[in-house]
Design a protein around this ligand. Structure first.
Ligand code: CTP
Length: 405
């Protein structure tokens, strides 16, 4: 679906066109997006929050300091959650608020705290729309990279005729779809991501593998695609659904994964090795199923190819390689050694023994170390949040706390 995995904040301010935004919410949901509606107090007078809650399956936020609701830092949480914010309708007053940095509403505060694409669909009377103060605010915002839906010309609810009608929901929807995926710091970049475990056959029915679920690699692929990249996901066997708009190459053994990575690497701008290849493979796999016996058996294992090491001499200066390190002891020291040995630009370090981190978990807590010695620690969060933060760090978003691991 065209908007699957996309998280959209739909802001609704106080104009009669608010009734059309219910249909916009429906279009976004049908296209696979997750939609969080935030209304201004005036917006909630035109259409009730219940309408949007029923359409989106999420509670609607209105008040900055809502009673009987955990408020915390939710203005920041909403801002970071969204891949895109659309405000439809956007009144003259709301446009003035965000052009001038005023935050009298939860919605204007969220917009102010966000660095994600912002689309405004203005809706107001024609004289208001042509007022120089409004036009100056619109120009100011356009110059800052804010997207605007075209205003329609026609009859208004106030019976006057002219420009100022909100764009139709279908048009706003198309605008959202065209902004998403076509903007972003990874636009025109080729990204290869590996994910999941590898399986090494003992006999036709048994194999050696590990506990990797593939969730971290899949989350990194989904986030890279959202940032505009052309993503190839090379995945071992997992129980996960293939992400939309990502090319998936399925592999089973470490040798197969190595071959797939090597054949795609020359064209890649980024390689993220989030997979957990097997380090050993049975030296002589049995052709037939091994029958049980009372004396047990010893299995001889040989080392597999180290995929990252095999690329050391092929890497060019324009390519960035991000490895993972899964450790159970001397976590940071071992990771730094891998960063150097495997000629990586970044290494993302997991502690395998920590509950709710690393293998087979929906959450993770990692430290990222760059080859120049910078590092950052990402507190425990869902893997999609961790994935977004890893990309932000790799792409040089300086807001994250720096340190030296
Ligand atoms: N890796 C690889 N090829 C392998 C094994 C691992 O490219 N045969 C990659 C992993 O995808 C990861 C990084 O190397 O990005 C480190 O993997 P990890 O399992 O932590 O370390 P190993 O190199 O396998 O060393 P050890 O198991 O001894 O810690």
């Amino acid at each position: 679906m065209v908007l699957s995995h996309r998280k959209i904040v739909l802001g609704v301010t106080g104009g009669i066109a608010a009734y059309k935004s219910a249909y916009l919410a429906r279009l976004l949901i049908k296209a696979g997006a997750e939609v969080q509606v935030i209304m201004t107090r005036a917006g909630a007078k035109f259409v009730t929050p219940l309408t949007f809650e029923s359409l989106t399956g999420r509670s609607v936020a209105v008040e900055m300091f809502a009673e009987n609701t955990f408020v915390g830092t939710r203005h920041i949480d909403f801002a970071e959650w969204a891949d895109l914010i659309v405000v439809a309708p956007a009144t003259a007053d709301f446009i003035a608020q965000i052009a001038n940095g005023f935050c009298p509403e939860l919605l204007s505060t969220v917009v102010c705290a966000s660095n994600r694409p912002l689309l405004l669909a203005p809706a107001m009377n024609d004289v208001m729309w042509e007022n120089p103060a409004v036009q100056t605010n619109v120009e100011t915002l356009k110059n800052r990279g804010v997207f605007f839906a075209n205003v329609g010309i026609g009859e208004m609810a106030c019976r006057s005729f002219g420009p100022g009608r909100m764009a139709e929901p279908d048009e706003i929807f198309e605008h959202i779809a065209s902004i998403i995926g076509k903007s972003g710091p990874l636009k025109d970049k080729k990204v290869i991501i590996t994910a999941g475990p590898c399986r090494e056959a003992i006999d036709p029915v048994r194999y050696i593998s590990n506990r990797s679920s593939g969730k971290m690699g899949f989350a990194l692929a989904i986030e890279a695609e959202k940032l505009g990249a052309d993503v190839t996901l090379i995945s071992g066997p997992t129980a996960l659904l293939n992400p939309d708009r990502v090319t998936v190459v399925n592999t089973e053994t470490t040798a197969e994964m190595a071959q797939a990575v090597q054949s795609h690497f020359a064209n890649a701008d980024y390689l993220v090795m989030a997979a957990a290849p097997a380090d050993f493979t049975p030296t002589k796999p049995f052709d037939q199923k091994v029958k049980k016996n009372d004396s047990g058996m010893a299995l001889e294992l040989s080392p597999t190819i180290d995929i990252l090491k095999s690329l050391k001499d092929k890497k060019t200066s324009g390519q960035t390689i991000i490895g993972f390190a899964l450790e159970t002891e001397y976590v940071l020291d071992n990771a730094k050694k891998k960063l150097a040995d495997k000629n990586l630009d970044f290494i993302v370090v997991n502690d395998a023994l920590e509950a709710g981190a690393a293998f087979d978990s929906d959450t993770n807590r990692v430290v990222i170390i760059a080859k120049d010695g910078r590092s950052t620690e990402l507190k425990k969060a869902d893997k999609d949040v961790i994935a977004r933060n890893i990309w932000e760090y790799v792409l040089g978003d300086g807001r994250r706390t720096e340190g030296t691991a």
